[in-house]
Ligand binder design. Structure first.
Ligand SMILES: Nc1ncnc2c1ncn2[C@@H]1O[C@H](COP(=O)(O)OP(=O)(O)OP(=O)(O)O)[C@@H](O)[C@H]1O
Ligand SMILES: [Mg+2]
Length: 345
């Protein structure tokens, strides 16, 4: 049985293999099972070759991880991709979350169909020209749970890596499900010269504890940790009052927060809904860069649900600006030589 969930049409050339039965001589496969094994081995070799070629055309490959679910990986992965693309760079976004692929929804391209030509899957163009690949494009029913056993999942991920016509890219951002299981491991072992891992966390202790696992995962796989991003870092309230006066705002649990109205009468206070500064101290403690914090922004929730990312809907807003800073810090970490990578399996 094939381990591939994507069928290729007739344009896909068969793997090259010895055609001359005499040359193959006594070593020629004798049973159907042996033939099938050889076919599989050739297909695997071809894929490895393609992955190597493909990897050469992509300058930077960045894995976005978190130890805990729901901290904003997909929001951050899509935001990084859009923010880089806004600079005029050529960017790909690969959604490796097989059980909950949310990237197409957040980018407003859900329902798009993957186009397969000559054995290559063509990514779907998203906002700012970001090239998107997601398992969601293969699912006929969005609400049906995907239950794939290990080898099928592995085969699907390798197809997503090896069979996609990305073309030349400045950056490929890869979004994962939470945790450090099969998916990131498969990508880390299959894709050569990964630039590194970005860890997304929210500021509270329980999320930080889990993000330490992601950092250690990267270290174990000898992948550079490019840095930690603290998401949902603070919610800014804004208002107006008498110019040049002090006012007191009731914070969480009625705690008063003192602030000043400026000469125009504008005031603002930032509420740390999930504590503050935890991402930075975790990064410091583990000796990895801190890439910055992204504010809690109800517009991100709306944007995610409506399929218009906050960066697209409000390109000059607080969130888009915060993404710009994070991306600038990320770019500073990315070097031409992207680390040793892992052995290709
Ligand atoms: N900075 C933010 N401000 C407000 N809401 C946010 C922010 N970042 C993410 N969210 C919201 O939090 C929810 C979870 O975000 P997201 O899907 O990006 O997390 P995730 O880590 O990818 O989740 P999963 O682990 O399920 O893949 C979404 O509703 C999203 O809109
Ligand atoms: Mg996600």
């Amino acid at each position: 049985m094939s381990d591939s969930p994507i069928s290729h049409h007739s344009g896909d050339k068969p793997p090259e293999k010895p055609q001359d039965d005499e040359a193959a001589g006594a070593d020629a496969p004798s049973t159907e099972e042996q033939k099938a094994q050889m076919e599989q081995a050739y297909a695997q070799m071809r894929r490895k070759l393609r992955i190597t070629q493909l990897a050469e055309g992509i300058k930077h490959k960045v894995m976005v991880l978190s130890g805990k679910g729901g901290v904003g990986k997909t929001t951050v992965a899509t935001g990084l991709a859009l923010s880089l693309a806004r600079q005029g760079l050529s960017v790909g976004l690969m959604d490796i979350d097989i059980t909950g692929p949310n990237v197409p929804k957040m980018l407003g391209v859900s329902g798009a169909e993957l186009h397969v030509e000559e054995g290559q899957i063509h990514p779907v163009p998203g906002p700012h020209g970001v090239k998107v690949i997601s398992m969601a494009f293969l699912l006929e029913d969005e609400d049906a749970p995907v239950i794939w056993r290990g080898p099928i999942k592995l085969g699907a991920i390798q197809q997503f890596i090896g069979d996609v016509a990305w073309g030349e890219l400045d950056a490929l951002i890869i979004d994962f499900p939470p945790g450090t299981s099969d998916e990131p491991l498969t990508v880390a072992q299959s894709l050569p010269n990964i630039s590194g891992v970005v860890v997304v966390t929210t500021p509270q202790d329980v999320a930080l504890l889990d993000s330490r696992k992601s950092i250690n995962f990267a270290k174990t796989l000898k992948l550079p940790c490019l840095g930690v991003i603290e998401n949902m870092a603070g919610y800014t309230l804004r208002g107006r009052g008498e110019p040049n006066t002090s006012i007191s705002v009731d914070g969480p649990e009625g705690t008063p927060i003192e602030t000043e109205c400026d000469a125009d009468g504008n005031w603002q206070v930032t509420l740390d809904l999930f504590k503050s500064g935890g991402g930075e101290s975790a990064a410091e403690e583990l000796g990895v860069p801190f890439l910055g914090r992204l504010p809690f922004d109800p517009g991100i929730v709306r944007g995610g649900d409506d399929g218009v990312h906050r960066i697209v809907a409000d390109p000059d807003g607080d969130s888009a600006k915060a993404f710009e800073i994070v991306v600038k810090n990320l770019q500073a970490q990315l070097t031409e030589d992207s680390g040793p990578g892992l052995k290709i399996i």
